[in-house]
Write a protein that binds this ligand. Structure first.
Ligand code: AMP
Length: 289
């Protein structure tokens, strides 16, 4: 396992592998690696000759007042964990290495920004697509692995790959959870003990809204109101959003959709948590998309 910090070195190696006809799996992360990230790395390991994990806390995707400066970091521990999970390369560039010049071109997302995190984190997904596009050029993957936990991001990256004819497969893998149901997240370490006890209610509320759907309630407004109420009663946190939409199109109507997403974001004192549950239109849980 090798750690690379220079972009030119990473791209050179990736192009060399490609020339040899080898296949590369890529797992982009912001570090502070946990079981969610490691499951993506282990999955990639099964399918490719080489596995690259990037660790880069991307300033472009953080808004003013968000947690860029306090985002958890543990590069040494991350490199060890990535190696154990089967990575060949950890690519960990500095901000200066990733963004050496003021860009003359910008990417911005034109659809789906009126829902979920798009609505509540203006500019966030512009930053995400910009860095992922750059990372794809640098690491030249055959397939890139993303978690369903960030479902809006996964849908958007798939759309980006289609819209720009990128020669990369996008795999979306199931959300890894703690035993009590809480989706594993780097930000969970910012919960107080009291908040950690309440946090599993986020997923429980999504499950309760899903149960209502299974009973035959298909009006998204009714489902959203119920989800909001479950969260407010249970989570001990401020509800940022509670939405029920078609997936991956993220529209408000559930008519003719293949999948339905129940998604929520809550704010604890020092942590904003998101989670979702995606089911097929008949209500059966997919686990992944
Ligand atoms: P992050 O470091 O938070 O940017 O996440 C990097 C990748 O790991 C993204 O594709 C996330 O969706 C994915 N991920 C984060 N948490 C989990 C989890 N609990 N289960 C599965 N994938 C996850």
């Amino acid at each position: 396992m090798k750690k690379i910090t220079e972009t030119a070195d990473m791209q050179h190696l990736a192009l060399k592998w490609k020339k040899k006809g080898c296949s590369t799996g890529f797992v982009p992360t912001m570090g502070a690696l946990h079981e969610g990230h490691l499951s993506l790395i282990r999955t990639a390991r099964k399918h490719h000759d080489y596995v690259v994990v990037s660790i880069f806390v991307n300033p472009l995707q953080f808004g003013p007042g968000e947690d860029y400066d306090s985002y958890p970091a543990d590069l040494k521990g991350d490199v060890e964990k990535a190696e154990q999970a089967g990575a060949d390369i950890v690519y960990a560039p500095s901000v200066k290495e990733m963004y050496p010049d003021t860009p003359a071109l910008k990417m911005y997302v034109t659809e789906g920004m009126d829902v979920l995190c798009g609505r509540h984190r203006p500019g966030h997904f512009d930053g995400v697509v910009t860095v992922v596009m750059k990372l794809f050029q640098i690491t030249q993957p055959d397939r890139a692995y993303f978690g369903q936990k960030d479902a809006q991001q996964a849908a958007l990256i798939k759309k980006m790959a289609a819209d720009f004819n990128l020669p990369v497969d996008i795999a979306v893998c199931r959300t890894i959870r703690e035993r009590d149901g809480l989706a594993i997240s780097s930000r969970n370490q910012n919960l107080t003990r009291e908040e950690r006890l309440h946090a599993p209610r986020l997923y429980e509320s999504l499950q309760q809204a899903h149960a209502l759907f299974l009973k035959g309630e298909t009006d998204p407004a009714v489902l959203e109101a119920a989800l909001h109420d479950y969260l407010q009663d249970a989570a001990g946190a401020a509800v940022e959003y509670a939405e029920v939409l078609s997936y991956p199109s993220l529209k408000g109507s559930l008519q003719d959709t293949k999948n339905v997403i129940f998604a929520a974001a809550v704010r604890f004192s020092r942590a904003r948590l998101i989670d979702n549950l995606i089911v097929s239109a008949d209500g059966k849980e997919n686990g992944y998309v």
